[in-house]
Design a protein around this ligand. Structure first.
Ligand code: MLT
Length: 273
């Protein structure tokens, strides 16, 4: 196992045949580790990293294939992404982390927390869900894969931001919208199509909610069209030690659309742990 002692930006660690890039900032006993959604990278956690780094140790990493992490040789799956997360925690030589996952980051976190509960002191599940894809959702993903293979990423990026953001954010937060579009366009089409397949093939984790005993914060944009609030309500019902907050005027990217409110919830949750 590779042990990493460095802190700062764009540190690398080799896990399961991939090179993972991560930022490790600030100081604190139990790090807060952020897992991004699809198809983003660690920079999508910038408002949270900046806000918390003065008082806590915060870590955000690029999932294999995204940002500055290499794709490795394994076929993409939520389970291998979760294996990478566990290896990263081991490499950091910390006993436990407080982990925060948005959407696909939440799928990864629920998968990892089910198999390695001892690694997590608390969970933050943002704009996510525990269900698997319906047959219709799978079909949509396979259609998108074909569209990307024939037409490239431009239409995919345009269509994605329309779904990701609340209508008002599309008009008033143009800089954030453009940044997300840029991240999508700078990701390799192979990583995007491979991850779409991984998302379509993921197992549900709803069966495991009852086993989660650590404090869990659930956050969701009220206007989230991709993982609607009802899915967060379901998580809240299933996880005994959980708190749910819905965020006004936010779609699927609640951490970027309403960063102040998101950060306040995070800060409060962490401060009472
Ligand atoms: C994400 O934001 O990670 C994705 O939208 C998740 C999904 O498509 O299921």
């Amino acid at each position: 196992m590779e042990i990493i002692k460095a802190t700062g930006r764009d540190i690398t660690i080799h896990v399961n045949g991939a090179t993972i890039s991560y930022d490790d900032l600030g100081e604190g006993k139990i790090p807060i580790l952020f897992i991004h959604g699809f198809p983003f990278d660690k920079s999508s956690w910038q408002p949270q990293m900046e806000f918390l780094k003065t008082s806590h140790r915060v870590i955000a990493y690029d999932i294999r294939g995204f940002g500055k992490s290499t794709p490795g040789n394994e076929k993409a799956s939520i389970s291998i992404f979760a294996d990478d997360l566990i290896k990263l925690i081991d490499g950091l030589q910390v006993e436990k982390v407080i982990a925060c996952g948005l959407s696909m980051g939440g799928y990864i976190l629920l998968n990892a927390a089910n198999r390695y509960p001892e690694k997590f002191a608390a969970l933050i599940l943002s704009d996510t869900q525990c269900i698997a894809d319906t047959p219709e959702a799978k079909e949509e993903r396979y259609k998108t894969i074909e569209q990307i293979k024939t037409g490239g990423l431009n239409d995919f990026a345009e269509g994605s931001v329309k779904n990701l953001f609340y209508q008002e954010s599309l008009e008033t937060k143009k800089e954030v919208v453009e940044k997300i579009k840029d991240i999508i366009l700078s990701t390799s089409p192979e990583t995007i199509t491979g991850t779409l397949e991984a998302l379509a093939g993921r197992d549900e984790t709803c069966f495991s909610l009852d086993n989660i005993s650590v404090p869990t914060l659930i956050l969701c944009g009220k206007e989230d069209k991709i993982t609607p609030l009802v899915q967060s309500e379901f998580l809240h019902k299933g996880i005994k030690n959980s708190t749910l907050h819905s965020i006004d005027k936010a779609g699927h990217l609640s951490n970027l659309e309403q960063p102040n409110e998101f950060n306040e919830h995070l800060n409060h949750f962490i401060s009472v742990l």
